[in-house]
Write a protein that binds this ligand. Structure first.
Ligand code: IMO
Ligand code: MG
Length: 428
């Protein structure tokens, strides 16, 4: 029963795409379980760069099943574009499966995402404006429209019209905006539905059957633990559950079916959007890391905020996800720095804090306590064992293991698939 969940331990953009793609090589089924087109996963195959938003990273292996689970919110127009983009590059996507129970992002969700952000002014969250939050709001309010509805035009039209009556009142009377017409939405969504039809199915049944048959199933989280709706730095979070428990709900598998949970941690921290960030570097080093690591949003193009690695955060993520291992990424980006710092505690009002605070004001007041390491000049992208790493980089990795109590099962040495060092086989 080898099943592995891959989760982000920070604020997203930890390199989950690279790690999932790498683990996908060994797995039979890859499942996305939450989030939507707000995600941006970069995968490099033979020097070709792929940027995925809705499609699971496994899609680049034609013989594997790549599943969009029920917990994902699907924008059919974005998905069709992504599918056609891959097809035009000669990729075979016949392994795609889409849950009939997944909810749809509708045009009014995108409009409302922007209007809600605008009306928050200074207090805005800095969302990706893809309509993700409003789509999950409608799901919870039980007025959402689902993938299954795309295949039953009369049901789709009925649900859309009911929604539009409500949304148009909000657009017109609250925001003073133009109302949306049903016609063009119906045309575009039903057309997308026909393109997606061959891939739509009951994915929970399919995943559980695969697990029963002893197949290797990989659950791919988007975003990260600190963006989780319940456990993240609320309200600066996304509207879904990136934590490992989200895999159970968003894919339809029981908690007893999960074997390993690997937390992807970047060798430094980044964050897009607003909210407190204790180890943030508003200086030359931060700028240098941003440029060297190309830390600009895949989805929005926004420059990411950069800071040192924060083990308070990784330890918090470890507890919430029940991590069994870490996958460490982007050690190569830090090559050439004189010194590298890692926060392992916080200080607040003269006191040392060892638990990640829930109050965002408290978090904003925290001063990180750092351990400083000499930098490493290079990372050998072809390293075959931990001993092939520069001693300073090794010391950095060992410190992380010591402070988190977790082994680094995978160390990423560069962007490409084969630039990865496996220290423990997670499917073993
Ligand atoms: P991947 O999968 C980084 C952030 C947004 C914003 C907050 C809410 O590439 O790691 P949303 O549009 O989800 O309602 O925005 O969450 N955010 C991400 N940050 N990586 C992501 O995905 C993100 N998805 C959402 O910037 O702060
Ligand atoms: Mg991203």
């Amino acid at each position: 029963m080898p099943t592995v969940v891959v989760v982000g331990t920070q604020w997203g953009d930890e390199g989950k795409g690279k790690i999932t793609d790498y683990l996908a090589l060994e797995s039979d089924v890859v499942v996305r379980y939450q989030g939507g087109p707000n995600a941006g996963h970069t995968v490099v195959v033979n020097d070709e760069v792929f940027q995925l938003h809705l499609l699971p990273s496994g899609i680049l292996y034609p013989e594997k099943l790549s599943v969009i689970g029920n917990g994902v919110v699907v924008d059919p127009e974005v998905l069709v574009k992504e599918i056609q983009g891959l097809q035009s590059r000669g990729r075979d996507i016949s392994g795609l499966r889409i849950s009939a129970r997944a909810h749809l992002i509708m045009p009014y969700h995108r409009v409302l995402d922007a209007l809600q952000e605008e009306s928050k002014g200074e207090g805005k969250i800095g969302t990706t404006l893809k309509g993700v939050g409003p789509a999950y709001m409608d799901k919870s309010a039980r007025v959402g429209i689902r993938v299954a509805d795309l295949l039953e035009p009369d049901v789709f039209i009925q649900r859309l019209e009911a929604n539009l009556r409500d949304k148009n009142r909000v657009l017109k009377y609250i925001y003073g905006r133009e109302e949306l017409e049903a016609g063009p939405i119906i045309e575009s969504y039903l057309k997308a539905g026909e393109i997606l039809r061959p891939y739509i199915t009951d994915t929970a049944i399919l995943i559980n059957r695969a697990i029963r048959q002893g197949k290797k199933v990989l659950f791919e989280g988007a975003q990260g633990t600190l963006l989780d709706l319940d456990h993240g730095t609320y309200p600066y979070v996304t509207s879904s559950h990136p934590v490992a428990g989200g895999a159970c709900i968003g894919a339809g598998v029981g908690p007893t079916r999960i074997d390993e949970v690997v937390g992807v941690a970047k060798a430094y921290t980044s964050r897009v959007g607003d909210g407190p960030f204790p180890t943030e570097l508003n200086d030359e080093i931060g700028n240098w890391i941003r440029e060297t690591g190309h830390e600009y949003g895949v989805t929005t193009g926004r420059p990411r905020r950069i800071g040192w690695l924060d083990l308070m955060m990784i330890n918090y993520a470890s507890v919430l996800n029940g991590l069994t291992a870490i996958a460490l990424t982007r050690l190569d980006v830090l090559c050439g720095l004189d010194k590298v710092k890692v926060a392992y505690a916080y200080r607040r009002g003269g006191q040392v804090i060892t638990e990640f605070p829930a109050s965002f004001r408290e978090l904003a007041d925290c001063e990180p306590v750092y351990e400083e390491f000499p930098g490493w000049p290079e990372i050998d992208p072809a390293a075959k064992s931990i001993d092939d790493l520069h001693p300073n980089a090794r010391q950095f990795v060992e410190f992380i293991s010591e402070k988190t109590g977790l082994e680094a099962a995978i160390i990423s040495l560069g962007r490409a698939r084969d630039q990865s060092l496996t220290l423990r086989d997670l499917f073993g």
